[in-house]
Design a protein around this ligand. Structure first.
Ligand code: MN
Ligand code: MN
Length: 421
């Protein structure tokens, strides 16, 4: 997305605390050597990313082993806030063709892996031809109709029309454009598989051509330079044009071969992947939507009073957008760190990979969630499934309960429950 500040005030070093893990903790913890980590001569302030990742893994061992007892001093560290109101607080852009609100790491530093944009186009409005250098683009249509065009590196192109509940996915770097279809405005939620997509990553065609020598453009586009003097000198971003015809017209070159892999999936019309007593989930991974290679999408409804059970995702961060309703999310971040935050329409919640969490519907309406995971396959482990997969005596001994009591625990986990008692 276009930054209102072309000099890039959103520098990467303004991102927030990376992971709740500080160098201080690492250095103050039990000596790493005790855990088999070779640290001799290692400059922790300048580690390579692979070494840093390895150390981040090891730090969990360090934290656990160095702090075995509940209530010890290290428990004072709190989880970061994990919600953001994209409609209210997102960085905004408005023009005659439409508007956009953005949540990248500049606005929502916790979400390093996924960024979002809420975009509206007016009739005749178009999001100009562009690509994203460092991120793939996903979207869900919330209102109206949208037409997209996209080209792949193999020279194949696709034009698709989208209605409410449809999703698209454009791999990183593939050139694309969006048009509002018909005489009503459209609204869609965009998701990107990098929280940093905005600052470093959006390349627009008018931005490039407007900053290219006219002699070069004349040669490249086969027009006299005089015909090109009035092209935009800066990025258009969202432009105004003609309402597109109902049927997609030919491309400039009608012979461009059609894409062999679909960029479109009708998410809302698919049947639920799982139906529960308190709601449903539809999961669209790369299995259902093969081109969606870096993300898994989900639609979840939690009925009023319902509880999305305690669980975690071993392989992915979770990014939720509230389409409707009200709820509360509680996250468990190890080390005694637990935080609950409330959300409602237009808000985003972010749960880091592996962090335990649950969601309560606190309102009278169905809580309707649109969810992205930054992995092509879907994984979850439910607390109740986990407990049920252990011997009754072992479970009883953990909690000081009797065998009779733990035998009341659910044997078949639900997923989204109304009430059990
Ligand atoms: Mn895009
Ligand atoms: Mn989850």
């Amino acid at each position: 997305m276009k930054s209102p500040d072309p000099n890039g005030s959103n520098a990467p070093d303004q991102q927030g605390k990376p992971s709740g893990f500080s160098r201080r903790q690492l250095l103050a913890g039990t000596p790493l050597a005790a855990f088999g980590v070779a640290v001799s001569g290692l400059n922790l302030g300048n580690v390579t990313s692979s070494v840093a990742a390895e150390l981040t893994e090891k730090k969990n061992s360090v934290e656990t082993a160095a702090d075995p007892s509940p209530g010890s001093e290290a428990k004072k560290e709190q989880l970061d806030d994990f919600m953001f109101d994209i409609e209210k607080d997102g960085k905004g852009w408005t023009g005659p063709g439409g508007s956009a609100k953005e949540a990248s790491v500049a606005e929502f530093p916790l979400s390093q892996s996924i960024a979002g944009v809420s975009m509206r186009l007016n009739p005749g409005g178009f999001r100009e031809l562009h690509w994203h250098a460092i991120a793939a683009e996903w979207a869900y249509v919330l209102e109206g109709h949208v037409r997209t065009t996209v080209i792949s590196p193999d020279g194949q192109a696709e034009t698709d029309d989208f209605q409410v509940g449809d999703i698209w996915y454009f791999p990183k770097g593939h050139g694309h454009a969006l048009e509002c279809l018909g005489n009503q405005p459209c609204h869609f939620l965009l998701g990107f598989d990098s929280g940093h997509f905005s600052e470093f990553g959006t390349f627009s065609v008018t931005d490039w051509l407007g900053h290219t020598d006219l002699g070069i453009l004349s040669r490249a586009l086969n027009l006299p330079a005089a015909a090109l003097v009035n092209i935009p000198k800066k990025e258009v971003y969202i432009g105004t044009g003609h309402v597109p015809p109902k049927d997609a017209p030919d491309n400039l070159n009608p012979a461009v071969p059609p894409s062999q892999s679909s960029h479109k999936f009708r998410m809302e019309t698919m049947p639920p992947t799982h139906e529960f007593s308190g709601g449903f989930i539809k999961v669209v991974s790369s299995k259902e939507f093969p081109i969606q290679r870096t993300l898994t999408a989900a639609r979840m409804d939690i009925e009023s009073g319902g509880l999305r059970e305690m669980h975690w995702h071993p392989n992915a961060d979770e990014w939720q957008f509230v389409m409707g309703g009200e709820g509360k999310v509680t996250i468990f971040g190890s080390h005694g760190r637990v935080k609950t935050m409330a959300y409602g329409p237009g808000m985003i919640s972010f749960v880091k990979q592996g962090y335990g969490h649950f969601v309560e519907n606190t309102g009278a309406e169905t809580l309707r969630l649109l969810i992205l995971f930054n992995a092509p396959t879907y994984e979850e482990i439910l607390l109740t499934s986990w407990l049920a997969a252990n011997p009754a005596q072992l479970v009883a001994d953990h909690f000081g309960l009797t065998l009779d009591q733990v035998n009341e625990f659910p044997k078949d986990s639900d997923g989204i429950i109304t009430s059990r008692i």
